[in-house]
Design a protein around this ligand. Structure first.
Ligand code: S3P
Length: 187
């Protein structure tokens, strides 16, 4: 459904891109946000998996991270060509300078900011993140968070996610910021 739904979230004027670490909730919040706005939800990881018929872990194993990053940049550039949508990106996508420049120029970028404890609580039981297949995945996550935070801080919008916040509450916070900035039109 593409028409305006002011009774729920309003009309989206630009693609909204969610960036942030693994476990920040980009897919969950993106899905909820797209439903509220009545626009498609896109997920760069899911697109890469569908295009290659491989899971992200297999892509990393077979072809390496550099190959994955190339595909990620291509998929994101393609998804930005379409009409406004909500796009969730893999945690490393925003770190590539070219992708960052493209996203900044073409979309409203929201960093879902979460602290290490919350991120770790969400990813620790999953085996789907190749970058965390290390001897000490919590330390690896901490290193990635520290290394990437300066880049994430460049996002146009920052929304802090908290462990006790429901998906609805965090989605409300994103929607409120986008509406205040005129990226979602309610009238
Ligand atoms: C990555 C995050 C993953 C996925 C890949 C690499 C990263 O996506 O793109 O495993 O570099 O942080 P999520 O952020 O959705 O877990």
């Amino acid at each position: 459904m593409r028409e305006s739904r002011p009774e729920t979230g309003g009309r989206l004027l630009r693609t909204v891109v969610l960036v942030g670490m693994m476990g920040a909730g980009k897919t969950a919040i993106g899905t909820a946000l797209s439903a509220r706005l009545g626009v498609p939800f896109e997920d760069s990881d899911a697109e890469i998996e569908a295009a290659s018929s491989l899971a992200i872990t297999e892509i990393f194993e077979r072809y390496g991270e550099a190959f994955f990053r190339d595909k990620e940049a291509q998929v994101i550039a393609r998804l930005l060509e379409g009409p406004p949508c909500v796009l969730s990106t893999g945690g490393g996508a925003w770190i590539a300078p070219e992708t960052r420049a493209l996203l900044s120029a073409r979309a409203a970028v929201v960093w879902l900011k979460a602290d290490l404890d919350l991120l770790w609580a969400r990813v620790r039981h999953k085996d789907t993140r190749p970058l965390l297949r290390t001897e000490n995945p919590r330390a690896t996550l901490a290193e990635l968070l520290a290394a990437r935070t300066p880049a994430y801080e460049e996002a146009e919008f920052v929304i802090e996610t908290r462990p006790d916040w429901s998906i609805t509450r965090t989605t409300d916070a994103v929607l409120a910021r986008l509406t205040a900035a005129g990226i979602v039109e309610t009238s």
